[in-house]
Each structure stands twice: as C-alpha cells, then as structure tokens.
Design a protein around this ligand. Sequence first.
Ligand code: SAM
Ligand code: DTB
Ligand code: SF4
Length: 329
Amino acid sequence: MTTATPIRFATPATPHPVANQWQVSDIEALFDMPFLDLVYRAASVHREHFDPQTIQLSTLLSIKTGGCPEDCGYCPQSAHHSGSVDKQGLLELDEVLAAAQAAKERGASRFCMGAAWRGPKQQDLEAVKEMVSAVKALGLETCATLGMLKDNQAQQLKDAGLDYYNHNLDTAPEKYNDIIHTRQYEDRINTLGKVRDAGLHVCCGGIVGMNETRQDRAGLIAQLANLDPQPESVPINQLVKVEGTPLADAEDLDWTEFVRTIAVARITLPKSYVRLSAGRHDMPEAMQALCFMAGANSIFYGEKLLTTGNPESDHDRKLMTKLDLRPLS
Ligand code: SAM
Ligand code: DTB
Ligand code: SF4
C-alpha cells in the first residue's frame, strides 16, 4: 500500500514574500480568457496552495449601525442617503459575546465586528478592545472593520487580541470618486499600512456590480494583488442594492462576470483566502459552487451580513454537505 505524501497548505499566518507587479492589462487578459479555461486555471492555482474541500467561515456582527458620516454610494448605513437603516449605538459587551458564542457553536472560526464609523474615537476603541479580547477568549479568530485608523490604533487593537482588520479598497482608483467623496483612496492605503505595521492580518477586497467596467474590475484586482505583502483575506462582494442608496438601481452584473472576478482574484492572489462575500443571498447554489470551483474558499456565515440578509446557516451547512466542503477549524 502506498502512503500519500502529506500536503502542507498555506495558513493565514504564512507570509507572502513575493510582491506582484500586475499591470491592469495583464489582469484584463485573464478576464478575457475563455470562461472554462479561466475557471480551470483558477481551480489549478487553488489546488497548489489550498485543500479545495476546506472553506473558512466568518460570522459578521454590526456592533454600531447607521448614521455614518461617510457617503459611500453603496452603503445603507450612510447618513447621506435616505431610507437608511435603523440606527443603533455601540452594542454592550454581553450582546457581542452572546452573538460570538452562537457563531462559534454554529461552526464559524472567525468573528468580525463592523462599525459604521469614519474611524473610531479613542473612547469607542476602548470598548471595542474589550470586545476583541473577550471574543478571542472564546477561542475564535477576531476581525474588526471600524473605518480609518489613526496612528497607534491598529497597535492597540493588536495588543487587545485582534487577528484581522478589514478595510476594503472597494473599487479601482479611477472609479473611486464616482462612489465615495468623503475620503480618498490614499486614506484607505494609509490605514492598510498602519494595519500591516501593527502586525495584523489584512482583510481587503472590494465590490463589483456598481456600474463599473471590466477594466475597473481589473483595476481593483491589480491594486489588491500589488499590495505587498498581499492581503491574507480578500472579500469579493457583489453589490447588495439597497433602496435609498445612490446605487439602488445599478445594472445587474451577469453571473459569469462575477465568477470571472473570483477566478482572476484566485490566480493573482494565489495564497489569499478569497471570500465569496455579500450578495450570496440572491445567488443560485450552482453559481456559488462554480465560485468555489474558481477558487473562493471563504464565506460570510450566518443569516445577516451587517444590515442585509445572508443565507441561513442551516442552508449553508446543507450546501457544504452537497458539495463535500468542510469548514476550516
Ligand atoms: N465603516 C467601515 C468602513 O467602511 O471601512 C466598516 C464597515 S463597511 C460597511 C465594510 C464594507 O462593507 C465596505 O467597505 C464595503 O466594501 C462593504 N459594503 C457595504 N455596503 C455594501 C453593499 N450594499 N453591498 C456590498 N458590500 C457592501
Ligand atoms: C466585506 O467586505 N463585506 C462585509 C464585511 N466586509 C464587513 C460587509 C458587507 C455589507 C453588506 C451590506 C450590509 O449588510 O449592510
Ligand atoms: Fe460608513 Fe463604512 Fe458604510 Fe462607508 S461603508 S458609509 S464608511 S459604514
């Protein structure tokens, strides 16, 4: 009987030493590949670095909701848009802990706390640090997305036990000013630098389906792939169109274009966890399966994202069983 050689898979802690120098045109060329060739290539890259049967599960909780001073055109939490969500101040520690415990019991490995802030004030950060430490003590990985960070704030979060900080580039630099006016692309890059310098893992991705061109999608992926080191986690969100936001009537993106975006992210960010993120609520199972084939290996797990719906956990567990996928522990 022959014994299989054990394969070592990349873990989030593995550093990515090689800085890629992707040109937008190289990435457009990937997008232009015949669909099945592109998926095949992405699936091959995926298998070089990961166990394709394993999927990472992150559960989100909005710890402070709505009334945000930023004007992000996609976001229901912006105070600039009408019909936005019900506002909710910062949650109490015990509410956060109860949600984290429930996420752990359902099988999530990471708990991500999101706040509708431009950035945290020091007083708010103190409360978030307590949440981070307490969630970490439950044995979960911790993630936070709190907006822009000032000097020293990332380090404080790291010291409190934070593993990941989510801060998205959202779209290509050329498209950015059509979507957000209250902060600049450079501000985002600056925050990402602070997160890295503090030794936190970076979770950074974007949104597609905001009336952008394929070149814009390639521009976003180029920015992500050229971050040095590359982000450990890359959420690819499909725009959730929310009434009252400027993008409520955005043109639907064809599902094949979404799968292409996942595949191109997998090829250019070979060691990153690529997360099939917002938008799954409306995605047929077969489309999600194709995204997993194309290299997505993480999802948001739990019936709610921040303010909008996500598939029920039971439903996702059944889907994982059908696809022979098992959660990363
Ligand atoms: N306020 C913080 C910030 O913007 O960095 C953290 C929370 S914010 C809601 C986190 C991310 O959620 C955004 O960067 C964006 O990528 C994503 N997001 C927000 N609204 C969305 C929507 N309607 N559809 C898809 N993704 C969305
Ligand atoms: C990310 O890239 N997507 C998540 C998480 N990071 C914070 C948020 C999606 C939000 C979708 C709209 C909502 O539920 O408010
Ligand atoms: Fe505020 Fe974040 Fe929404 Fe922008 S994406 S409006 S910063 S909560």
